[in-house]
Design a protein around this ligand. Structure first.
Ligand SMILES: Cc1cc2nc3c(=O)[nH]c(=O)nc-3n(C[C@H](O)[C@H](O)[C@H](O)COP(=O)(O)O)c2cc1C
Length: 357
C-alpha cells in the first residue's frame, strides 16, 4: 500500500518518502540576491523531506517580485547557492529550485525596472517594496518579439540551478505570477500567438517548460500550477478546459512532475489527475488559507491518486516534519510574524521534537 512513507522514483532520484517541502519565500537573501549560510542551515535542517522545493528564485532582475529574494541569473548567485545544495545533500536530502518570474507582481522600487506582463493590466493588491506595501503598478506589455527572452530566462536559470548543485527545478506557474498571468484571460488580453484562445494562452507555459527540458532534461523539470486560483486579481473562467489542454501538452514533454494546488473543486482536480500520466505532487489546501496541510489531508490525496504531498507551513516550525508525521508527534505552530522577516529568528530557531528524558 502507498503511504506517505513509501519511496517514490522521481526521474533519476529515489525519494525515501512522499513528503515534499512546498516552496516558501522567506525573504532572507543577501544583497544582490545571494543565498546565505543561514539559508544553507535552514534547508539542511529539513533534508529528511523526500524532496525540498526552494523558495521562489528570480531568473532575472526584472522577474524579481519581492525585495530580499534570491536569484539565479549571476555567477555570484550560483556560487552562493552551492553551499546550500551541498548542505542538503550532506544531510541526505534532495532539492529543486523554484524558478519564479513575478511579471506584473513587482515594483520599480524593488528592481529599478518597470515590471512587464502579458498586457498592460495591473495586478490587484499591494506589492512589497523596500519602502513597504504599494499598489501594484501597471506593467508594460511585452512585445511579441520580447517574449522568447523571458521564456529563455527560465531555461537559463535552470541551467544555473544545476550548476549550483540543485537536483532540478520547478517552474512557478501558479499564484498569479508571470506564467499564471499568461494563462489567465483577464491578465492576458493579447491578440498575438500568446493570447486569446486556450491554445494561445498556454503557449508561454509550454514553451518555458520545453526550453527548460532542453536545458536540463525532463527528469529535472517540474511545474507548479494553481488551477482557478484567484491570486493578485487573476480570474480564470475556463479552468477544466485550460488546464486539461495545458497538462496534455506538458505530458508530451514528460516532465518530472506537476505540482497542483487545491485551488479548484475536487472533481476538476481528479480530472486533471487522469489527464496527467506522470508524478503528481498535490498541495491539498488553499495557500494562505485558514487550514494548513496535515496528515489527514495528505492521506486523503494519496487515496485519490496523488503520488507526493507537499507541506508548506508545517515545515516552517517542524524541521523534523517527516519524523513527526511518521510517529504521530505533535506538529508545532509557526509564527506568522516571522514568515517574511526576523533574520534567523523564526527561521533557524525551531527545534526538532524534544523527547523528554
Ligand atoms: C511564508 C510562505 C511563503 C510562500 N512562498 C511561496 C513561494 O515562493 N512559491 C510558491 O509556489 N508558493 C509559496 N507559498 C505557498 C505554499 O507553497 C503552500 O502552497 C501554502 O502554504 C499551502 O500549503 P500549507 O497548508 O501546507 O502551508 C508560500 C506560503 C507561505 C506560508
Amino acid at each position: 500500500m502507498t503511504t506517505l512513507f513509501s519511496g517514490h522514483r522521481l526521474g533519476e532520484l529515489a525519494l525515501p518518502n512522499r513528503v515534499v517541502m512546498a516552496p516558501m519565500t522567506r525573504v532572507r537573501a543577501g544583497t544582490g540576491g545571494l543565498a546565505t549560510p543561514s539559508m544553507a542551515r535552514y534547508y539542511a535542517q529539513r533534508a529528511s523531506a523526500g524532496l525540498i522545493v526552494s523558495e521562489g528564485v528570480q531568473p532575472s532582475l526584472i522577474g524579481q517580485s519581492n525585495p530580499g529574494t534570491p536569484g539565479l541569473y549571476t555567477d555570484d548567485q550560483v556560487a552562493a547557492w552551492r553551499p546550500v545544495t551541498d548542505a542538503v545533500h550532506t544531510n541526505g536530502g534532495r532539492i529543486f529550485a523554484q524558478i519564479m518570474h513575478g511579471g506584473r507582481v513587482s515594483h520599480p522600487d524593488t528592481t529599478g525596472l518597470r515590471p512587464v506582463g502579458p498586457s498592460a493590466v495591473a495586478a490587484v493588491g499591494e506589492v512589497f517594496t523596500p519602502g513597504g506595501r504599494k499598489p501594484a503598478p501597471v506593467p508594460r506589455a511585452l512585445a511579441t518579439a520580447e517574449v522568447p527572452e523571458h521564456i529563455r530566462s527560465y531555461a537559463d536559470a535552470a541551467r544555473r540551478a544545476v550548476d549550483a548543485g540543485f537536483d532540478g527545478v520547478e517552474l512557478h506557474g501558479a499564484n498569479g505570477y508571470l506564467i499564471s498571468q499568461f494563462l489567465s484571460p483577464n491578465a492576458n488580453l493579447r491578440t498575438d500567438r500568446y493570447g486569446g484562445s486556450v491554445a494561445n494562452r498556454i503557449r508561454f507555459a509550454v514553451e518555458a517548460a520545453a526550453a527548460t527540458v532542453d536545458a536540463v532534461g525532463a527528469e529535472r523539470t517540474g511545474i507548479r500550477l494553481s488551477p482557478g486560483g484567484p491570486f493578485w486579481g487573476i480570474e480564470e473562467t475556463d479552468v477544466p478546459e485550460l488546464y486539461t489542454e495545458l497538462l496534455t501538452e506538458l505530458s508530451r514533454l514528460r516532465l518530472a512532475y506537476v505540482h497542483l494546488e487545491a485551488t479548484t473543486d475536487e472533481e476538476t482536480l481528479l480530472g486533471l489527475r487522469r489527464t496527467w500520466p506522470g508524478t503528481l505532487v498535490m498541495n491539498p489546501v488553499l495557500p494562505m488559507g485558514p487550514k494548513q496541510t496535515g496528515r489527514a489531508e495528505a492521506d486523503h490525496w494519496l487515496g485519490l491518486g496523488a503520488d507526493l504531498i507537499s507541506f508548506g507551513r508545517a515545515f516552517i516550525a517542524n524541521p523534523d516534519l517527516v519524523e513527526r508525521l511518521r510517529t504521530g508527534l505533535p506538529i508545532a505552530p509557526a509564527d506568522e510574524a516571522t514568515y517574511f522577516e526576523g533574520a534567523d529568528n523564526g527561521y533557524l530557531t525551531y527545534p526538532a521534537y524534544q523527547h523528554s528524558a
